[in-house]
Design a protein around this ligand. Structure first.
Ligand SMILES: *[C@@H]1O[C@H](CO)[C@@H](O)[C@H](O)[C@H]1NC(C)=O
Ligand SMILES: *[C@@H]1O[C@H](CO)[C@@H](O)[C@H](O)[C@H]1NC(C)=O
Ligand SMILES: *[C@@H]1O[C@H](CO)[C@@H](O)[C@H](O)[C@H]1NC(C)=O
Ligand SMILES: *[C@@H]1O[C@H](CO)[C@@H](O)[C@H](O)[C@H]1NC(C)=O
Length: 565
């Protein structure tokens, strides 16, 4: 989900990065008042920097259009939590056991389906900032509470002193209240003072080389994909990866200057075409291959935490007209998903991605019963995962969520301010192995061109040069101890990965849950998403002029969000 932020930075904050494009420089951190002390626990294993892999899975029954989840555990003894995988925000948070929404019966539409964290029963939990966690999202959802630190286990590694939010108050406007793992730049955290978030903790602890991870959501008919921290899996895409620079956004400093800074995963869609029954039609086409002057393009936030792709109304109308029997609410019989239709989006005038209509027309379930809704004619009901955008001058981009991301393999490279994209090789079996032993997994070294080094430069195309500042890694004084765990969380794949209670009515989740589940292939039953997560966002372009990249100014900046440096 896209986090609504009001960012403003102290004058002088960026001077070093603007001059040199440096990736790293120190930011002073808040006083951790002892919270960052090392917590000795378990056997610490010195691990060579490599990769951390986890299953991610789609649950269609929990929210309209589905969302992607992964399991982590927190505390001593470990409490398993299911969290939304979210590239559109930057904090890890769990729902507190005491949150009122979580004490509702589990059938309540606001209940906490992803588990709850009881900090009082973890011997290693420490509150770091009482009341310091306060976030709100584009769909109107909010979560507020404390920041604390504890042991967090992700994949096969256990990390100590990880800071996260404990949401004592959650209000989810679109579906169940579920914790979230924000994987964006720490710059965009819901905190007065930035702190190392999950990609950064993994680097600081030595689990991976740089702030880089690859996301493979897989086809809508496949319940599970993977997130691979620190590496890229060449078996999960076709063709070559193409690297695009992220689009910077202007940020106002305290003395009124505007500086360009890369701190969200925004890239430009430069063309869109539809193919229906073999006939291809251009919806729009713009931008040039130099990557420097995208005119009339559509900047989008690559957001795994949103289900839909939000587009300007004119584009919505053009594409919706092709979907058979689509009603005014964006619903249609699921048979429409079998139509011979696809969209082709071109990113950065360089990377074409084809999205089949079956990834855009997904089943709707009654959240209480997990029974699929029906049309008035008694046919299975589906919903169309493009949604018309709404005006919001604060956000000069729209949100591109899972409906399209399923067709993409995306390497999110925070260190270099880039994403590398390719068409996903969907329906491949998802290995949930936690090592880089599989020959298709390549460890990416730190530094510019790391991906090219990992893959051989001919396997990576670069579509643009890099000339903007990149939100730096938080330089930390914390001691993130890392240990390898014997029992990984989140290793089940296929339907076994999906919590039993989320199973579509009439099917039975197979497998043994979190540990060592077998690789099964999901039936067409699995997937869902968080429709409306992006509803408050609209890009003010497409009237002909286009935006001038690099001069996009965020409105509504408040001092409240200022970074302490
Ligand atoms: C969270 O922040 C919002 C917006 O700044 C504010 O209105 C709200 O009162 C805050 N909530 C808490 C619990 O601090
Ligand atoms: C992937 O699997 C789904 C469901 O079995 C099938 O409908 C689809 O055609 C497959 N996609 C590809 C690209 O093979
Ligand atoms: C699905 O069915 C439930 C229960 O009847 C209803 O509350 C919900 O609004 C329906 N959703 C749609 C999109 O029709
Ligand atoms: C995630 O946790 C839930 C609840 O404990 C479990 O049912 C599910 O199988 C787990 N999935 C994975 C991938 O471990």
């Amino acid at each position: 989900m896209h986090r609504i932020s009001s960012v403003c930075i102290a004058a002088g904050f960026l001077s070093q990065t603007l001059a040199t494009g440096v990736v790293e420089f120190p930011l002073s951190k808040r006083d951790a008042s002892g919270a960052q002390s090392d917590i000795a626990r378990g056997m610490l294993v010195k691990r060579d920097p490599s990769t951390v892999e986890e299953s991610v899975y789609d649950v269609l029954t929990w929210s309209n259009g589905g969302a992607y989840y992964t399991n982590v555990s927190v505390g001593t003894p470990p409490q398993i939590q299911t969290v939304i995988l979210d590239t559109g925000s930057s904090d890890l948070y769990f729902d507190a056991r005491s949150a009122s929404a979580c004490t509702e019966p589990r059938t309540d539409s606001n209940s906490c389906r992803g588990g709850t964290f009881d900090s009082s029963s973890s011997s290693t939990y420490k509150t770091t900032i009482t009341g310091g966690f306060n976030t709100s999202f584009g769909d109107g959802s909010t979560a507020t509470g404390d920041f604390g630190t504890d042991v967090v286990q992700i994949g096969d590694v256990s990390l100590q002193n990880v800071q996260f939010g404990v949401a004592r108050d959650v209000d989810s406007t679109t579906g169940f209240a579920i914790g979230l793992m924000g994987l964006g730049y720490s710059f965009n955290e819901a905190s007065e003072n930035i702190y190392p978030n999950m990609p950064e903790v993994l680097v600081d602890a030595g689990a991976i080389n740089s702030r880089l991870y690859s996301v493979f959501l897989n086809d809508v008919g496949d319940a599970t994909g993977t997130i691979l921290f620190g590496g890229v899996d060449t078996s999960k895409y076709t063709g070559d990866l193409t690297t695009l620079d992220l689009i910077p956004q202007g940020i106002e400093t305290t003395d009124g200057e505007t500086v360009n800074y890369v701190y969200e995963f925004v890239v430009a869609v430069t063309a869109l075409s539809t193919t229906a029954n073999g006939k291809t039609t251009s919806v729009f086409s713009s931008g040039d291959a130099s990557g420097q002057s995208y005119q009339n393009t559509l900047p989008v936030l690559l957001d795994t935490g949103s289900a839909a792709w939000t587009v300007p109304s004119s584009i919505y109308a053009d594409v919706a007209a092709l979907i058979p029997n689509l009603d005014d609410y964006g619903n249609c019989p699921c048979a429409s998903a079998d139509a011979d239709i696809s969209l082709t989006l071109t990113f950065g005038a360089a990377v074409p991605i084809t999205v089949p209509v079956r990834d855009l027309v997904v089943p709707v379930y009654d959240a209480q019963t997990n029974v699929q809704n029906q049309t008035t004619n008694g046919e299975p009901l589906c919903t169309f995962m493009l949604s018309p955008g709404q005006e919001n001058e604060d956000q000069p981009f729209l949100t591109l969520g899972d409906a399209v991301l399923r067709s993409m393999y995306v390497v999110f490279d925070l260190d270099n301010g880039q994403v590398s994209l390719a068409q996903a090789a969907v329906n491949t079996s998802t290995s949930a192995s936690t090592s880089a032993a599989g020959s298709s997994v390549k460890i990416v070294p730190k530094g510019p061109g790391g991906l090219a080094k990992a893959l051989g430069s001919s396997a990576v195309k670069s579509a643009a040069g890099n000339s903007y500042s990149i939100a730096p890694m938080v330089s930390t004084t914390a001691n993130f101890a890392l240990s390898t765990v014997g029992t990984a969380v989140g290793t089940a794949t296929g339907t076994a990965a999906i919590p039993t209670e989320a199973a579509v009515s009439g099917t039975v989740g197979s497998g043994s849950g979190g540990n060592g589940g077998t690789a099964t292939t999901a039936g067409a039953s699995a997937s869902s998403s968080k429709k409306g997560a992006a509803a408050a966002v609209r890009v003010p372009v497409f009237e002909g002029a286009g935006i001038v990249l690099g001069l996009v100014v965020l409105g509504g900046m408040g001092l409240g969000g200022a970074l302490a440096i």
